[in-house]
Design a protein around this ligand. Structure first.
Ligand code: TRP
Length: 327
């Protein structure tokens, strides 16, 4: 029996940080290893054209993102890992879906509104139709399960809408897609712990998966906590959350208890946390370093991913072209 098809995508936004990891990649690896799904994971480089990155940055970050996904545990033997632009059918299907999607539906999208404020000088049409390309990503593979965080739920609802509009107009072909909403710990910035961890704020705000142990320790030393004894500080809460994810159960229990009693020493907490994170990603750093030296392997993996994805995509597009009447 064939397995349900799972699709997810990540933008090539440079080195992964622990917020991206806990928000997406860790979960992808778990879903892949569950063996329950036929998994497609894509580095969505065409989506990144709607932002402000330069061509050099993009070129470097696409490959680096592939390398980091591999190092984090995405296994090309188990999953189809590929770069979106290597399968040109994505943009072809997006055009067809653009022509089915009312402007008003896209105007409602909160990510579009947010990004329009963030990059007020570059509100391009791609930013507006970004969710339609995302719909094409998923439906090209008949994806039925899409693991994403809450911020993407609206986009996945659009996947269902577009599938319905297509099916009503051209005949039943696309499935009904569901969000696999996963519990995602909200990782906060080290220096502004009321805000989401994000690289756009600066290096001191994030811990990257590739950070060396000394760098992790230094960043954590500067992390905002609270004055000793103060209760309910978002900075401390964030550090405890990270200890829960990356540390031992014993350390987490001990530090949480100490925090409640007001006896916690933040210096100790930071040191234990730094060691825990460094150990957790030791294997990641090793694999990443090896892959960065091994262009041949990485290129071969990208090519075989593109071939596997491309075979499915070609079949879908053959059908779709006929259904819409251009063949
Ligand atoms: N828009 C998603 C994000 O910002 C990335 C993405 C692109 C995606 N295509 C997708 C996620 C398809 C899930 C399915 O995180």
């Amino acid at each position: 029996m064939s397995k349900p098809i799972l699709f997810s995508g990540i933008q090539p936004t440079g080195n992964l940080h622990i917020g991206n990891y806990l928000g997406a990649v860790k979960n992808w690896v778990t879903l892949q290893n569950s063996g329950e799904y036929d998994c497609f994971f894509s580095v969505v480089d065409y989506h990144s054209l709607t932002g402000n990155m330069t061509a050099e940055e993009r070129r470097e970050q696409i490959t680096r993102t592939v390398i980091e996904l591999l190092a984090a545990g995405i296994d090309p033997e188990k999953s189809t890992l590929f770069v979106q632009s290597h399968v040109p059918e994505h943009t072809e299907l997006a055009w067809i879906f653009n022509s089915l999607t009312p402007m008003a539906e896209l105007e409602r999208m909160t990510q579009y509104k947010d990004k329009s404020t963030q990059q007020a000088k570059n509100i391009n049409a791609g930013l507006f139709t970004y969710p339609v390309l995302q719909v094409a990503d998923v439906l090209l593979y008949h994806g039925t399960h899409v693991p994403v965080g809450e911020d993407q739920v609206q986009h996945i609802e659009l996947v269902r809408d577009v599938a319905r509009w297509f099916n009503n107009r051209y005949g039943n072909y696309f499935p009904e897609t569901d969000v696999l909403l996963t519990h995602i710990p909200r990782v906060k910035s080290l220096l502004e712990p009321t805000k989401k961890m994000s690289k756009s704020k600066g290096q001191g705000h994030v811990i990257e998966l590739a950070d060396e142990p000394e760098s992790i320790a230094n960043k954590l030393k500067k992390a905002v906590t609270a004055s000793e004894g103060e209760e309910g500080s978002p900075g401390v809460e964030n550090l405890l959350l990270l200890l829960k994810e990356f540390g031992s159960a014993g350390d987490y229990t001990a530090f949480s208890a100490a925090e409640k009693e007001g006896t916690v020493r933040y210096g100790d907490l930071k040191q234990v946390l730094a060691e825990s994170i460094a150990t957790y990603f030791a294997d990641f750093r090793k694999k990443r370093a090896a892959l960065l030296q091994d262009n041949t392997t990485v290129t071969a993996i990208m090519e075989s991913g593109a071939k596997k994805a491309g075979d499915v995509a070609k079949e879908t597009m053959d059908r779709v072209r006929k259904m819409v009447g251009v063949r």
